[in-house]
Structure formats: C-alpha cells, structure tokens
Ligand binder design. Sequence first.
Ligand code: MTE
Ligand code: MO
Length: 299
Amino acid sequence: MAHRWTNDLTHADATPEAAFLNRRHFMAGAMGLGLAAMARPVAAEELELNSWEEITNYNNYYEFGTRKEDPAKYAHRLTTEPWSVKIDGLVERPGDYDFKDILSEMTIEERIYRFRCVEAWSMVVPWNGFELADLLNMAGVKEGAKYVAFETLYRPEEMPGTQFPVLQWPYREGLRLDEAMHPLTLMATGIYGKPIPNQNGAPLRLVVPWKYGFKSIKSIVRITLTDKEPPTSWNMANAGEYGFYSNVNPNVDHPRWSQTSERRLGGGLFAKRQPTLMFNGYEKEVAGLYEGMDLSKYY
Ligand SMILES: Nc1nc2c(c(=O)[nH]1)N[C@H]1C(S)=C(S)[C@@H](COP(=O)(O)O)O[C@H]1N2
Ligand SMILES: [Mo]
C-alpha cells in the first residue's frame, strides 16, 4: 500500500486505558483529519471513546448466544491458538496462513472508528489492526476477482449458540473488492492496545466502519476471492431486511424500525439519541464507491 494514515499511536505504544484516554482528544482530532496524508481539510471532531467494559460486555456474536451478555459469558470457551486463515479462490498464493505469520508481515495501527449496529445502537472503538488490503496484496489478488467472501470459525463444541438455527453457520460475510481494498477497511486484532477479546472476534475480525455492524465478521478462518457476489448470513436469513451492501444510511429505514438516529452505548437508557450519519460519518471517504447506485435498492 502506498497510502498510510497519519497516526500518533502504534501498537508499540500499547498503553493502559487511562493513559490512552488522556490522549483521546488528540486522537479524535487525528482521525477526524483522516485523510490528512492527502491534505484534505476536515474539521476535527470530538469522539468520546466507549470504555473497555462497554465494548466487551455488550456484544453480538450469535455463535455464543443471542443475548448481548452471552458472548462475554461464553466466548472464553473459544480456542484461538493455533489459528490459521485459509485464503483461496482468485489469488496468486492460496494457502493456509498461520495467524502469527500474518501478524509478522503486517503493520499494526490504531484506528478510532464509529461503530453502528443495524439495531440502532452505536459506540466508538479504538481498534488495533492492519488494512485488509495489505493482507489481500500479500496473497496476491488475481485479475477477475470482484468480491471477497469471509467465513467465521464453526466449532459447535466451543460455540453453544450454534445449536440454534438462528443463522446458517458458519457465519458468512462479503464485500465488493473495491470496498475490501479501501484504506478504511480494517482487520482488527486488538482494542485499547490489548489483544482483541474472544467476544469481540478474536483473534482476527473485520471492521468496515461505514457499514452496519453485522458486516464486520468475527473470528475469520477463511477469505475467498471470487467473481460473484457471495452469499451472506444475514441476507440468507432475511433478504428483505438485510442487503449485501448494508451501508449505514439514515435515509433508508429498516422495514421494522427507523435508522435516522442511534443510541450511543454508555449514555444510559434515557440519554438523548443522536442522529445517524450518512455512511456512519465516512461519506467523504467512501461515497465515491457507490456513485450512480440507487442506495435504496442496493441497501
Ligand atoms: N461471526 C459473527 N460475526 C459477527 C456477529 C455474529 O453474530 N457472528 N455479529 C455481528 C453484529 S450484528 C455486530 S453489531 C458486530 C458486533 O461487534 P462487537 O460485539 O465487537 O460490538 O459483530 C458482527 N460480527
Ligand atoms: Mo449488529
């Protein structure tokens, strides 16, 4: 990747949460500038980080149950070592890549992103990770590849939620290749400078900050480059409610609720809801990917 985000913190800084929080205003500013490397003037924005407690105790990870508290309760059963990721399909160097070998090749950065669930709650998370583009380039994307398909581990003996047919397991997600190669698209390996907890998708999960949270698939074991739009778990479960694109869009309501506003975690039950932003606030960076597309049709 020629392009690198300017960023104050790296994994080497790995700070305790308190020290990290002291720097949050600077960080929020740095991320607000976002594409500063491209010299684009963007007003710095105050982003209040959610706490480690909030981020790791209110989760969606249906392989461990459908209640928000289930993943924190049961995900410790997940064995994340050893871990390998199969990269196959339209790539020059297909294979089973050991997670440790992947890490040794990647540059870990800090990225503070808004995270918006389709259920209309949201949070701000300081992720650590590397750009998905770097991983795909390591495997070598072949001409003709147009999409990237992802799969979560399916291991029923460690995943009590998989006995219920809420979704078709393994959990599956997908991106268009240009979305996957976008510099905002992150493979997260940490939060607050610590290894990512199991309930948040250890050891390696996708983060696509301009899309609804369910696109950000956890505990990835397979990445396949294809020429066809891949099937995705939520779309298979209910195509009328969950499309392939699932870009955060306050102008396109979910069939059963409004998407115009959201509840920020940590604000308390009666906190004022805040407006949901187009592409979750990343419009400048990603709107170009969807030029000419009817976003109410490609929801
Ligand atoms: N494998 C898998 N990945 C998943 C999910 C899941 O149930 N299984 N839930 C998704 C949904 S709906 C959301 S909102 C986010 C939640 O991420 P978090 O628990 O880290 O906040 O994970 C996404 N990734
Ligand atoms: Mo979600």
